[in-house]
Design a protein around this ligand. Structure first.
Ligand code: ATP
Ligand code: MG
Length: 553
């Protein structure tokens, strides 16, 4: 975070707490539920929580909120750890809410002993009905007046497995007439005979989110527990539990979650996209997950920059996905290696060039000369892009046309002398001539041309598959669009170019590098690549083509 920026409201709170001496140092946590892969919204929470402790010299725990055994898996735990690390953050401790099951159980026992919790045998529908409505108070049922001894016995029997799922719950005894529905005797424990990814079959009762989250914060001495706005109405319960149990007074603060155009960001919806095969897995490069963005070639730095730019707000808004893409371009422009790849080839023959191969030097990245150069083989037969040639060209067409000259990037100026066609009149190849004195870097030809084309040498080109991605959804505000979000899937979000031709340096380039294919966009090597076939993902286009489409429409 840059020093000249004003503080966000959470930083103001933290600074006040440090200045007043309330805390000597801060401890935050990032608390994912391991029920899916992390998405860009989580990245915002990660950058905020870890960013605070970095800025103020504190620490951040990674705590898995794994209190719901039926949806959680070890695969998700592993992916979450990988993503946080990749984003560039180090947690102080790796913790699990399930580590605290015994402690949480004892907390519930303490509440029962204080007359502040009871076992309720009602069916869930009855409990819901008796809760009342926001305008009508709830009803206190007969189980509410059970004796402490009876409650303790029943709770222990619940733990021992005497009852089936849903037969009993434990509720905090607070206020059935509270204006806050969360305070109307919320359920704090439920029976669930399910295998847990870490505690196995040790438990058949599990704490509810509201009884696990705040207490886990307290157990770890979290100073600032930061979550999204939907938890505002949970805060009184968070404080109530801490007060009644007389444990470490962690405090909850809420910020606006990230919403982004053309994107869904709920794990439930992302899971649907995966299981119903609308995409090829959690890390399909069109997904909003961090693993998808990594695979697509987004640098971690660009995601951190994005989170910094959008800031921390108290009101929800919708962020333009173009801003994220802008951050990606800005970063890649500084780091990507320039390479040449022809997507749709047209063969040209340089008739006055000898039958040899010449190696031309060209910089890897003109923005960073320390990255050196690579050599590009140049020879008599080359491929250029089919749409870089026009037989009947309009005025101001600066690419190749009969009689016109262009520069081949890092090579020579050539002129198109003759268009060779097959029997059906289709263009087969172009015959060109080159100007030997026009070599890039030592051009003495005195000729100036307006167009520069990318190219590859036919003999040494390597075949590649190119995957071009577009927005996964056709509407801006997917989450608020009417009906099923899947109705808005863009059917053309993936376009595959099966037979592109790449310059040979790409065969030996480090796959972790991002590339700018000259005039084409930013690309990265995909893990589907084999020895025989390189596969590239388009990370982002050179310019924002979508903005133009929207203007046209
Ligand atoms: P989802 O609705 O996508 O399933 P979640 O809130 O259930 O997300 P958790 O694993 O519980 O996911 O979230 C871990 C942390 O990340 C929480 O503190 C949560 O508030 C935060 N978080 C989740 N989504 C966003 C978002 N879109 N923007 C900012 N923070 C988020
Ligand atoms: Mg959640």
């Amino acid at each position: 975070m840059s020093e000249d920026k004003s503080l966000n409201f959470i930083e103001e709170i933290v600074e006040a707490d440090l200045n007043s001496g309330k805390y000597q140092s801060i401890l935050t946590r990032f608390p994912p539920e391991p029920n899916g892969y992390l998405h860009i919204g989580h990245a915002k929470s990660i950058c905020l929580n870890f960013g605070l402790s970095q800025k103020y010299g504190g620490k951040t725990n990674l705590r898995f909120d794994d209190t719901n055994p039926s949806t959680e898996e070890t695969e998700y735990v592993d992916s979450i750890k990988e993503d946080v690390k990749w984003l560039g953050f180090e947690w102080a401790e790796e913790l699990y809410a399930s580590n605290y099951f015994e402690q949480l159980y004892q907390f519930a026992v303490q509440l029962i002993e204080k007359g502040l919790a009871y076992v309720d045998d009602s069916a869930s529908e009855t409990i819901a009905l008796e809760k009342g409505t926001p305008t009508q108070p709830g009803i206190e049922n007969a189980f509410r007046s059970r004796t402490t001894a009876e409650n303790l016995q029943l709770f222990s029997d619940m733990r021992a497995g005497k009852y089936k799922d849903g037969e009993k719950v434990v509720r905090a005894k607070i206020d059935m007439a509270s204006s806050n529905m969360h305070m109307r005797d919320p359920i704090i424990y439920r029976i669930k005979h399910a295998h847990h990814h870490r505690t196995g079959d040790d438990w058949c009762i599990y704490p509810m989110y509201d009884f696990a989250h705040g207490q886990s914060d307290s157990i770890e001495n979290i100073t600032h527990s930061i979550c999204t706005l939907e938890f505002i109405p949970h805060r009184p319960l968070y404080d109530w539990c801490i007060e009644k149990l007389e444990i470490f007074p962690s405090k909850q603060y809420e910020f606006a979650r990230l919403n982004m155009t053309y994107t869904v960001m709920s794990k439930r919806k992302l899971l649907q996209l995966v299981t119903e095969n609308h995409v090829n897995g959690w890390d399909d490069p069109r997904m909003s997950t961090i693993s998808a963005m990594r695979r697509r070639g987004y640098p971690a730095q660009s995601i951190r920059d994005f989170c910094d730019k959008i800031g921390v707000a108290k009101r929800e808004n919708l962020i333009d996905i173009g801003l994220l893409e802008f951050c990606v371009r800005e970063q890649l422009n500084k780091t990507a290696y320039r390479r040449m790849v022809v997507f749709d080839p047209l063969k040209i023959v340089i008739t006055n060039y000898p039958d040899t191969t010449e190696y031309l030097e060209s910089e890897n990245n003109p923005e960073d000369l320390s990255t050196g150069t690579r050599s590009i083989p140049f020879s008599k037969e080359l491929f250029i892009e089919k749409d870089d040639f026009m037989e009947l060209a309009p005025k101001k067409y600066f690419r190749l046309s009969p009689g016109q000259m262009v520069r081949l990037k890092s090579a020579y100026i050539i002129k198109c002398d003759e268009v060779i066609k097959d029997g059906d009149g289709n263009i087969k190849e172009l015959h060109c001539s080159y100007i030997p004195e026009s070599k890039s870097g030592s051009d003495t030809s005195g000729i100036s041309v307006k167009g520069t084309l990318h190219w590859v040498s036919v003999a040494t080109a390597i075949k590649a598959e190119i995957r071009l991605y577009d927005r996964l959804f056709k509407v801006e505000d997917v989450a608020n669009a009417e009906g099923d979000f899947k109705d808005y899937i863009n059917p053309d979000s993936l376009q595959i170019i099966a037979n592109a031709f790449a310059e040979p340096a790409l065969k030996t380039d480090d796959p972790s590098i991002g590339f700018q294919f000259i005039r084409k966009g930013y690309f990265v090597i995909d893990r589907d690549s084999t020895n025989d076939q390189l596969v590239f993902n388009r990370t982002v286009s050179l310019k924002d083509g979508w903005a133009k489409e929207v203007k046209k429409a």
